[in-house]
Design a protein around this ligand. Structure first.
Ligand code: NAD
Length: 333
């Protein structure tokens, strides 16, 4: 069986996912949800999408009556993920949702509950969880090749352009760099260390309060403490380009990835030598694997379900509280 997917939000990442899905074996793009009729027309022509599988934001609840769509992939601005997933669940369809899953943990939990009640699956677009060099490091860690993990460093950032875009509007983005790119360092800290953090401290700096308004973070440094004694030191920013590096150190060895989360080849090395797994198109592998999870109950190496998304949001909430109060925040994940 093939997972038949409709994409909601035909923007830049939605377009990337659609292109990548053309090479999928188990997932197929069959529908669209968009507020822009001209984009729907273009996508219909390009991907051979029938008119009966095309919806707008007013009428997509009726996807409930469409037996030819199994799942909806929500790829809209962050603050709209919550409503999108709730309506997809109410329509009885599986939901795949982009990161960050929502703009706080409370909304994330509501999405998990709604999907559980509707008896549909909820997955979050964590493409790195299927990336071969990343999985190789996780395999080495599990086999004890680094010894006890003591330290992780995650640096995630890019220099953001157009000040008018939704990423710099708190109402649509839910925050700033942390929500958008810093989440890679948070998520990476968890899958690289292999534990859930128990505390967080954080410090915010802002060089441009005009571009980065109240509630939109430019740069945050944060630290996570893990139960086994490891600490993570991370940086999230919207004002440095080419910042994409993970470093993990244990008692016996290290792993380094740079770039660590970009779309292009993920490269790195360990104390044993270069990482040599072949480059894959992340979104193609992700969608094929997600088809296996949804249709066959396959278990991924690193979880990509709603609970995983809520954990990252719980940490994001705590990082913002730590910045505001200057105090260490305890975490229970
Ligand atoms: P984008 O601005 O290119 O696209 C957003 C789309 O949502 C547009 O087509 C826009 O028309 C539509 N939209 C619907 N309602 C809207 C509204 N009220 N206001 C503004 N736009 C509205 O953004 P993007 O880069 O495609 O990001 C979309 C989502 O995908 C975000 O949540 C982002 O974090 C995520 N994303 C994930 C990755 C990844 O690697 N996993 C990469 C990029 C983006």
């Amino acid at each position: 069986p093939v997972l038949r997917v409709a994409i909601m939000g035909l923007g830049s990442y939605g377009t990337r996912v659609a292109e990548a899905m053309q090479s999928c074996k188990r997932a197929r793009l069959v529908g669209v949800i968009s507020g822009t009729p001209s984009k729907i027309k273009d996508w219909q022509a390009k991907y051979n999408i029938p008119a009966k599988n095309c919806y707008n934001y007013e009428n997509y609840d009726s996807i409930k009556d469409n037996p030819d769509i199994d799942a909806v992939y929500v790829i809209t601005p962050n603050a709209l993920h919550h409503e999108g997933v709730l309506r997809v669940a109410a329509a009885g369809k599986h939901a795949i949702c982009e990161k960050p899953m929502a703009i706080n943990a409370r909304e994330g939990k509501e999405m998990v509950d709604a999907c559980r009640k509707a008896n549909v699956k909820l997955l979050v677009g964590y493409r790195m969880h299927f990336e071969p060099n990343t999985l190789e490091i996780i395999r080495m860690r599990n086999e004890g090749e680094f010894g006890d993990i003591m330290f992780f460093q995650g640096l995630s950032g890019f220099r953001i352009g157009d000040p008018g875009q939704w990423r710099l509007d708190k109402d649509l983005a839910g925050g700033g760099a942390l929500m958008d790119i810093g989440i890679y360092a948070i998520n990476g800290a968890r899958y690289m260390v292999g534990e859930e953090p128990v505390w967080v401290t954080a410090q915010e700096t802002k060089t441009d309060p005009v571009k980065f308004r109240e509630g939109v973070d430019e740069t945050i440094q944060f630290q996570l403490g893990f139960p086994g004694g490891a600490v993570a030191s991370c940086l999230s920013t919207y004002n440095m380009n080419n910042l994409d590096r993970f470093f993990l150190n244990g008692e016996k060895g290290f792993a380094e990835l740079q770039p660590s989360t970009g779309y292009g080849p993920i490269k790195g090395r360990t104390h044993k030598g270069e990482l040599t797994k072949p480059h894959v198109t992340h979104q193609t592998v992700q969608m094929d694997e997600m088809a296996g999870i949804i249709l066959e109950g396959k278990k991924p190496e690193v979880p990509v379900d709603g609970a995983e998304g809520v954990k990252d949001l719980t940490i994001i909430d705590a990082i913002y509280r730590a910045c505001e109060t200057g105090k260490k925040q305890e975490l229970e994940l």
